[in-house]
Design a protein around this ligand. Structure first.
Ligand SMILES: O=c1[nH]c(=O)c2[nH]c(=O)[nH]c2[nH]1
Length: 282
C-alpha cells in the first residue's frame, strides 16, 4: 500500500518579543509571544529531504523581530495580520500562514493619580491572545481572546437539580462561590475592524455578564456570556469559552463548636470541574 504525507505544518513557536515605544514624555511597553505556522508545498522536504521550499524557522523568528520595529505599534491582531501577509506574499509555496500571539498585560504604574512615564506592573495571570490565518487566495480569519482571567463571585450562584446516584454526596446549594480561570476565544466576521475597541467591549461584556448573572451552574453562566457577546457585538461570529470550576468548598467548623455561615471555605486546586462550550449564531 502506498504511503504518503498527510497534514503537515511548521514554523517557530514562542518568539518572545518586547517592544518599547518611546514618546516624548512617556514610554509604552509591550511583551508578546509569537508563533508562526506555515502550511504549503513542503512534501519534498519530508519525502526526499529537499529544503528548496523550506523558509527556515530561524528566518521566520528574525522576521518577527524585524517587522516589530515598524509594525508592532497597535493591537496584536494587526501585527498578526502584517506577519501573515508577509509570509504569504513572499513565499508562493505557502498556502496558509497562521500567526498566534499571546500578550502579557503590563499596566502603567500610577501614584497619587499620576501615571508614571516609564514604570509598569505585571498584569497577573491574565493574557490577551489573537490568532490570524491568511490563505494564499486572500481568505483571512481573525480570532481574539484572553486566558488566565481569574473571575470570582460570592453570591448569585447555585447548583441544584442534578441527578443523584449511590455515589452522589455533593449537597445542593443555592449560595456558593463561583470561581473560574476563564479562557475565551472569539472569531471575527472581518479582518479590518477596530480590534482594540472590539476587544475592550467584549472583555467588559464578559465581566459584566459574569457579575450580573443569576448562575444555576458554570454551564449556565458560560452560555450567558457567549450569548451576551454575540448579541452585543455584530462583528463576532462565534465564541468559545473554557471555564474550569475552581471549587471553594465550605469547611466543616462543627468539630470546633462553630457554625459555618458560608464564610470559610477550602479553596481546592484539584480535581476541578472542566466546563467548555462554543456559542454560535442561528
Ligand atoms: O456548575 C457546576 N456544574 C457542574 O457540572 C458541576 N458538577 C459539580 O460537582 N459541581 C458543579 N457545578
Amino acid at each position: 500500500m502506498p504511503i504518503k504525507l498527510a497534514a503537515n505544518a511548521y514554523g517557530k513557536n514562542a518568539v518572545n518579543l518586547s517592544r518599547v515605544l518611546r514618546h516624548a514624555g512617556h514610554h509604552e511597553f509591550r511583551q508578546v509571544s509569537v508563533s508562526v505556522q506555515l502550511t504549503g508545498d513542503f512534501e519534498a522536504a519530508h519525502t526526499v529531504g529537499d529544503n528548496a521550499l523550506i523558509l527556515p524557522t530561524d528566518t521566520q523568528k528574525n522576521t518577527v523581530y524585524a517587522l516589530a520595529r515598524e509594525y508592532f505599534t497597535g493591537p496584536i491582531e494587526e501585527f498578526g495580520l502584517v506577519l501573515a501577509r508577509h509570509f504569504v506574499a513572499r513565499n508562493p509555496q505557502v498556502s496558509k500562514a497562521r500567526i498566534e500571539i499571546v500578550e502579557h498585560l503590563y499596566q502603567r504604574m500610577s501614584f497619587d493619580g499620576q501615571a508614571h512615564p516609564h514604570a509598569f506592573v505585571g498584569g497577573g495571570s491574565e493574557k490577551r491572545r489573537a490568532a490570524v490565518e491568511l490563505r494564499a487566495d486572500g481568505t483571512t480569519t481573525v480570532w481574539a481572546g484572553l486566558k488566565g482571567l481569574l473571575l470570582l463571585k460570592t453570591a448569585d450562584s447555585g447548583f441544584v437539580g442534578y441527578p443523584k446516584d449511590e455515589y452522589t454526596v455533593l449537597p445542593e446549594t443555592t449560595d456558593r462561590i463561583l470561581a473560574t480561570e476563564c479562557e475565551a476565544e472569539w472569531e471575527y466576521t472581518a479582518a479590518d475592524l477596530d480590534f482594540e475597541t472590539q476587544y475592550q467591549q467584549i472583555r467588559t461584556n464578559l465581566l459584566r455578564t459574569f457579575a450580573g448573572h443569576q448562575s444555576l451552574s458554570v454551564q449556565h453562566t458560560l452560555y450567558a456570556i457567549g450569548e451576551e457577546i454575540l448579541k452585543s457585538n455584530d462583528a463576532v461570529k462565534e465564541v468559545s469559552l473554557v471555564m474550569p470550576n475552581k471549587h471553594h468548598i465550605p469547611f466543616n467548623l462543627e468539630p470546633f463548636g462553630q457554625t459555618n455561615t458560608n464564610e470559610v471555605f477550602v479553596a481546592t486546586d484539584a480535581p476541578f470541574g472542566y466546563i467548555t462550550g462554543t456559542v454560535v449564531r442561528g
